[in-house]
Design a binder for this molecule. Structure first.
Ligand code: 5GP
Ligand code: MN
Length: 314
């Protein structure tokens, strides 16, 4: 059950040592919300660390405090530390960062599939991003939002709602984004950094698009990131999903990504189908229109399993 907004503030102010983390394969929301919370807690002169058990895409390196992001092996904690888990449903989503959570845990999240695992939680599935929740908390607490935190929060909100194009965009989402721009966020600069690609990556897009496949009378589109294709894209493949989902007539879009011969990462997006339910079949979760899971099978087998479940659902 959600703690009150004032209790959440009290918990954060009470601790002197705080570790902030979010889900593996961190996206704009995970990174932006952790760095904004880091900014505020750091300004209160607390000992604060930001940890991700995954490489962070360097396209985010324009954010203030990007350099503060550390790997689990670089950090020592004990049970006097508070762990703040942002944008994640359960401890299994944190990779090795979970091993550092030795004391109490505060979870701030917006996933419908949240597992309600923490000592204190503030879960808002009606919000588009963890960054939207944090913005709302800062405003409710009357904390002046510094421009650098506003940039991080704007990035968090905008990336999780597809720059205000997805169905999770509400009036509240837009009001929070407006408040962030008033606080000094730079929508143009954020978009420039996120959209910029090297010429080689831009040209690789042509190769990637050739690999999109259609299923189920063209209502389903999928893209498999084989090791060969990832020579063109690199490790960070999240941005290609938009091309798959934007194909005319497609309801469900998915990507499957090679991790090893026995492990495949799956991302799902939809216009009408509940993809959280499809991801749940494989032990994953997320939101109704955006979800993911990891399948302990080869890329080809995982793809077949995912297509089968999608076709059952549409
Ligand atoms: P993505 O496809 O971008 O990795 O994830 C889409 C959404 O589903 C994100 O909000 C992400 O946090 C969530 N998600 C992705 N994979 C998993 C998973 O394995 N388990 C859970 N619980 N959520 C996931
Ligand atoms: Mn999120």
């Amino acid at each position: 059950m959600n703690s009150s907004i004032q209790e959440i503030r009290h918990v954060l102010e009470q601790y002197d040592r705080i570790m902030i983390t979010a889900h593996v394969s961190p996206d704009g929301d995970a990174i932006g919300s952790t760095l904004a919370l880091y900014g505020w807690l750091h300004s209160l002169h607390k000992e604060v660390v930001v940890v991700f058990d995954d490489d962070v895409d360097e396209k985010f390196n324009f954010l203030q405090d990007y350099e503060a992001i550390q790997k689990p092996e670089d950090i020592q904690t004990d049970d006097s530390w508070l762990t703040v888990v942002l944008d994640a449903t359960d401890m299994n989503r944190l990779g090795h960062a979970a091993d550092l959570a030795k004391g109490k845990i505060l979870n701030i999240d917006h996933h419908i599939s949240n597992q309600h695992f923490a000592d204190w939680e503030y879960i808002r599935p009606d919000f588009a991003a963890a960054g939207e929740i944090l913005t709302y908390l800062f405003l409710t607490w009357n904390i002046p939002i510094e421009a650098a935190w506003a940039d991080a929060l704007y990035l968090a909100v905008a990336t999780d709602c597809g720059f205000f194009k997805f169905s999770n965009t509400t009036g509240h989402t837009l009001r929070m984004a407006g408040a962030l721009v008033d606080a000094g966020a730079h929508p143009n600069i954020i978009s420039e950094h996120l959209d910029a690609r090297s010429l080689a990556k831009m040209q690789a897009l042509g190769e990637v698009l050739q690999h999109i496949e259609l299923f189920g009378s063209n209502a389903v589109a999928g893209l498999a990131f084989t090791p060969e294709l990832m020579q063109y894209t690199g490790e960070h493949t999240g941005s290609y999903m938009d091309y798959v989902r934007n194909i005319k007539g497609v309801d469900v879009a998915f990507t499957v990504k090679f991790v090893s011969d026995t492990e495949t990462r799956v991302s799902l997006r939809s216009k009408t189908v509940d993809v959280n339910a499809i991801a749940a079949v494989f032990g994953g979760g997320g939101h109704v229109r955006a979800a993911g899971c990891t399948i302990a099978s080869s890329l080809e087998d995982a793809k077949k399993m995912v297509v089968k479940e999608i076709l059952k659902a549409i």
